[in-house]
Every structure is written in structure tokens, then in C-alpha cells.
Design a protein around this ligand. Structure first.
Ligand code: 8YV
Length: 328
């Protein structure tokens, strides 16, 4: 660091208590109008900052980092996923990257569970019907959805969030199945009465509901490819609160339109905020604007993690949430 108080550039508006604390601790430049900076804005930011605090809406690729100030030493991401940051380029430039794991696990798992309930039970469709004024009253065969209790939930990615989803889902009578790079600890499998599936193809072919809870990495881009999606059974549902890029969204849209799977609950999209208009036209989907972790408590916890990461780093220590580039 060249100055005692490093110049910290924050790309989006954060909760007030976090911004206030940052202003006290660092020479902080905020974004009061909260407009995403875009590529040119990001270039300007990396040219000036000693510490950059970006979010998922900032693309920090090789070409942006090529403009980085040599004193840019830390990218303290406000969020857990770091797929918008070119970790290899950051490493080459000696820039440390940190994230905010753990504090958004429970909130994201809640939203995942909400989608697991909402899609088979047609929650959003029912709400639209009431608001439309076209509801003519109760009927024994109207608005029938599918029972959740007793069905098989297949969790793809049994990390913190996947595990938290499993704990909730058990309370709703779902049986827990999972696919993961590694089998989880036996004690956890026992607690969750979870069945491990080594083959993703087999998982997709045998489940009633699939929940995507793995991160987006080069290895998981389009993990749910057109071929794999076709393995899912026509009565099955898919929920995604991870990253849109994990699913081939066009292939999923085609399958939903054709009735090749029963429905989808999506909080994330491949080209956010753009969404395939064919997807938004469908009734058998529940679509949310990337709000899985959007609670005020969660955002404050995330901000506190960012502050701790910056402070620790500036004080000359290894920050607690340093991201290790597994693909580097
Ligand atoms: C965040 C998320 O809101 O932390 C993540 O990876 O996906 C979200 O829940 C967002 O990414 C903040 O940058």
C-alpha cells in the first residue's frame, strides 16, 4: 500500500452502516446513485483503486485488469461467487481476491426452498390469477399442482448452501439425494439420510426436483447441457439459485415450452439482467431477480466480511476469505 489509508473504490451502493464504517476506516469512494459502472467505469476504477470492492454486476476480466494501477493489491468482492473476476489474471498481477462465504448460506437456502415449494404448487401462477381479476372461485380440479412431500430432491453441489437446502427440504418430507465432486462426510450423510449419486446423468434421470447449488466455474459452465437436461423426466422440476451459466438456458426454455419438464424456479440467468422472452412468456416458471441472498441482515453481514478482509489485508495479514484459484 502506498498510503496509510488505502483508496477503496466501492462499485455499488452498500448498506449505510457498512458505507459509514468504510468511510471511517479507509479513504473510500462510494457509488451513491448505485448505477452499474460498465466496462469503462471499471477501467477507471482499477486505474485508481488500491482496493476494489466489486459485486456480481462488475465484469473484471483480463482486459479490464490490464489497466490496473500497480498499487491495486486487493479485490474484496461483495459476494461469494467470484466468476465475474478473472482470478488467473489477478494472480498474475499479484492481486489478492477475497469473497464473503458463509453469511448468505441460510438466506439463499431459504429462497431455494421457497422456489422448491412455489413451482410445483403454482404459487406465482395463482397470485397472477388473483391479481388479474379472472379468478372465478374455488374448484375441485382447478389450480392443481404437484405434491412435494414424499418426492426425491436431487441437490447438485453439496456445499454450504446445498447442505442448508437439504436440512430444510427434510422438514417438507423430501428425500435427499445429491451429486457432488466428492462424497460428503459420513456423519452429514447420516444426519440428512442423504444418498450420494456419483453420476450426474443418473441423478437427473431419477429425481423429481433438481436444485442447482454448485458455483459457476469453468468446470460447471453449462453443466446442465441440452443433452443432460433431456435426461430429466417430464414430471420433474428444476430450481437454480446458483448462477445462470450452469444451465444451458436456451435448451431449458425449449424443454419447458415443449413440456419435456414440468417447471422451473430460477433466481439467476445466463445473461442477467436479460432473460429470454420465451422464458418470461411461460406459466410453468417462477422467475426472480437474483434475490436469493437479498436480506438486509445478509447484506450487512457481507459488508462486515468485506471490511474485515480489507482491514486484515491492509494490516499486513492474510485476509480470512482469500479466494484460492482452483483452476489456476
Ligand atoms: C450476491 C451471490 O447478492 O454472493 C453471491 O455469489 O450470488 C449473491 O447472492 C451477489 O453476488 C453479490 O455480489
Amino acid at each position: 500500500m502506498t498510503t496509510k489509508k488505502p483508496l477503496v473504490i466501492v462499485t455499488r451502493k452498500l448498506p449505510e452502516v457498512i458505507e459509514t464504517r468504510m468511510m471511517e476506516l479507509f479513504d473510500t469512494r462510494l457509488n451513491d446513485d448505485d448505477a452499474p459502472r460498465g466496462r469503462e467505469g471499471m477501467i477507471e476504477a482499477v486505474k485508481a483503486a488500491h482496493v476494489l470492492v466489486p459485486t456480481v454486476t462488475d465484469r473484471i476480466d483480463k482486459s479490464v485488469l490490464a489497466h490496473a494501477n500497480p498499487d491495486l493489491r486487493l479485490i474484496a468482492n461483495f459476494g461469494t461467487g467470484v466468476d465475474h473476476i478473472d482470478l488467473a489474471s489477478a494472480r498474475e498481477r499479484g492481486i489478492t481476491v477475497t469473497n464473503t462465504p458463509g453469511v448468505l448460506t441460510e438466506d439463499t437456502a431459504d429462497m431455494t426452498m421457497a422456489l422448491i415449494l412455489a413451482v410445483p404448487r403454482r404459487l406465482a401462477e395463482g397470485e397472477r390469477l388473483v391479481r388479474s381479476g379472472k379468478w372465478t372461485g374455488w374448484g375441485p380440479t382447478t389450480m392443481l399442482g404437484n405434491r412435494i412431500w414424499g418426492k426425491r430432491l436431487g441437490i447438485v453441489g453439496m456445499g454450504r448452501i446445498g447442505t442448508a437446502v437439504a436440512r430444510r427440504a427434510r422438514g417438507f418430507g423430501l428425500s435427499i439425494h445429491y451429486h457432488n465432486r466428492h462424497r460428503v462426510a459420513e456423519a452429514l450423510e447420516t444426519e440428512l439420510e442423504a444418498t450420494y449419486w456419483e453420476s450426474l446423468d443418473q441423478t437427473l434421470a431419477r429425481m423429481d426436483i433438481i436444485s442447482i447449488n454448485c458455483p459457476h466455474t469453468p468446470a460447471t459452465y453449462h453443466l446442465l447441457s441440452a443433452r443432460r437436461l433431456k435426461l430429466m423426466r417430464p414430471h420433474s422440476y428444476i430450481v437454480n439459485t446458483s448462477r445462470g451459466e450452469v444451465i444451458d438456458e436456451n435448451a431449458l426454455t425449449r424443454m419447458l415450452r415443449a413440456g419435456d419438464i414440468a417447471g422451473a424456479g430460477l433466481d439467476v440467468f445466463e445473461h442477467e439482467p436479460a432473460i429470454n422472452p420465451r422464458m418470461t412468456a411461460l406459466d410453468n416458471v417462477v422467475l426472480l431477480p437474483h434475490m436469493g441472498s437479498a436480506t438486509i441482515e445478509g447484506r450487512i453481514d457481507m459488508g462486515e466480511k468485506v471490511i474485515i478482509n480489507i482491514k486484515t489485508f491492509v494490516d499486513g495479514h492474510v485476509p480470512p476469505d482469500r479466494v484460492i484459484d482452483l483452476y489456476g
